[in-house]
Design a protein. Structure first.
Length: 81
């Protein structure tokens, strides 16, 4: 056997391995790119939410109001089936 024949088989095997690794990386990137594109498409379908709503307020309750509210919560909790 000549030297070219002895070198040819490992060279073809190496080229095949490099091709398989390159193809798998290309396919993985393509899948990721497609998934991101699909995610972007679904988000574009949802209208953007406005943040111009009213400012939330809070009010301090008096002890009597707090007790009345607690009693109301207990009363509604007791009537649960």
């Amino acid at each position: 056997m000549s030297t070219f024949q002895l070198i040819g088989v490992p060279l073809i095997a190496l080229a095949t391995a490099i091709w398989i690794v390159g193809l798998s990386r290309f396919m993985r990137r393509a899948r990721l790119r497609d998934a991101m594109r699909r995610a972007d498409d679904t988000l574009r379908a949802i209208p953007e939410q406005s943040r111009s709503g009213p400012v939330s307020d809070s009010v301090e309750l008096t002890p009597e109001e707090h007790a009345a509210f607690a009693g109301l919560v207990r009363r509604f909790g007791d009537t649960r089936p």
